[in-house]
Ligand binder design. Structure first.
Ligand code: SF4
Length: 371
């Protein structure tokens, strides 16, 4: 099985914290859609005959495209790869782009999952972050999706926002639970280079949330969502039983995926490649049948380190039976002190990070890497 990721880089305007590749040049959308279809054909052999089981339109803001444009790309995927095995079709949407007609049109294309960047339900915070929508619009959008027959709705929530207290974040979590969504992704705000948010920080015009407060917020998410019937299946991802994101899970379990569009990444088991974070370089290259991309062949050590990094982010952890006897010994040697201190659990031949230490997982995981 394999996944297809389609990057739609258009945004109506830029949020102040955003470090993703996106652009406000929406007038290029029609040409971009044609380029996506051309790239699909050019890369028809990339998945080596694997059946496509998930499609994910991410961004940017895919809901800046019309349903017809999304449908054109989906048809092209179908003609090129076949979609007989399709299980999950996700489109990321901005709440204020959604209405019943739009969501029904997506539904009739086969979209069965919508992911929305709600981020917070505090209107002052939304305004400060440069989001286009209000809290009420995000909640309305959830209802529009469910009324239009989408029964798998995910929202993103951010924490560690400047000025956000634990009580404010608790209110966000309670609102999210009351909205009745099936999936919640929650990320700590990061200060990315060359963003207006980072500039405000450098000018000391805001006070970033401290590590201790962020750790408390992470604990609060785990507790509140567990009590709300959610399972915590990856560091930043929580879902009602049966609603794990299949597409994102494939990133963590080593399933191959083809990423098309400007800035999109692809992985086929032995290499990773990525398209340029530049709209013109991407479109000109594909149009001239001379696609621009960077390619990294993964060495045996790279593959080992990736497996450690990706599996230990998940609640399932790393099953040592997939490793060679030598690698098994090596990882157990590196993990020994962490197991002794309770930072790693070793049960049923599987290593995993307990929820209580997931917030510091990066330092645990990197200690297990090979040089
Ligand atoms: S909508 Fe998303 S991709 Fe676009 S600027 Fe905001 S955070 Fe970035």
């Amino acid at each position: 099985m394999a996944g297809i990721y389609v990057h739609i880089p258009f945004c109506a305007r830029r949020c102040i914290y955003c470090g993703f590749f996106s652009t406000v040049r929406e007038e290029e959308a029609a040409r971009y859609v044609r380029t996506l279809c051309a790239e699909l054909v050019q890369r028809k052999d990339y998945l080596e005959g694997e059946q496509v089981s998930t499609i994910y339109f991410g961004g940017g803001t895919p809901s800046r495209l019309s349903p017809e444009q999304i449908g054109r790309v989906k048809d092209c995927i179908e003609r090129t790869f076949g979609l007989d095995s399709l299980e999950e079709f996700t489109v990321e949407c901005n709440p204020d782009d959604l209405n019943g007609q739009y969501v029904s049109a997506l539904r009739s294309l086969g979209v069965n999952r919508i992911s929305m960047g709600a981020q917070t339900f505090n209107n002052d915070m939304l305004r400060f972050m440069g989001r286009r929508h209000t809290a009420a619009q995000a909640l309305d959008a959830v209802h529009v999706c469910s009324d239009s027959g989408i029964s798998n709705i995910s929202i993103d929530l951010m924490y560690g926002l400047p000025g956000q207290t634990l009580e404010m974040f608790r209110a966000d979590l309670e609102t999210a639970l009351a909205a009745g969504v099936q999936h919640i992704s929650s990320y700590c705000l990061s200060y990315e280079e060359n963003t207006p948010l980072q500039a405000l920080r450098e000018q000391e015009k805001l006070t970033p949330a401290g590590d201790e407060l962020c750790a408390q917020m992470f604990s609060l998410i785990c507790k509140t969502l567990r009590e709300g019937g959610f399972e915590h299946y990856e560091i930043s991802n929580f879902c009602k039983p049966g609603y794990r994101s299949r597409h994102n899970s494939s990133y963590w379990d080593g399933t191959p995926y083809l990423g098309i569009g400007a800035g999109a990444h692809s992985y086929n088991g032995h290499s990773r490649q990525w398209n340029p974070n530049d709209l013109d370089a991407y479109m000109n290259g594909v149009e001239a049948s001379n696609p621009q991309y960077e390619l990294e062949h993964l060495s045996v050590i790279d593959q080992y380190n990736e497996r450690i990094m990706l599996t230990l982010r998940t609640a399932q952890g790393l099953n040592l039976s997939v490793l060679t006897p030598q690698d098994r010994l090596s990882v157990l040697n590196s993990a020994h002190a962490f197991i002794k201190d309770g930072l790693l659990l070793f049960e049923n031949n599987t290593l995993r990070i307990p929820e209580s230490h997931m917030f510091i997982s990066d330092s645990i995981i990197s200690s297990l890497f090979k040089d």
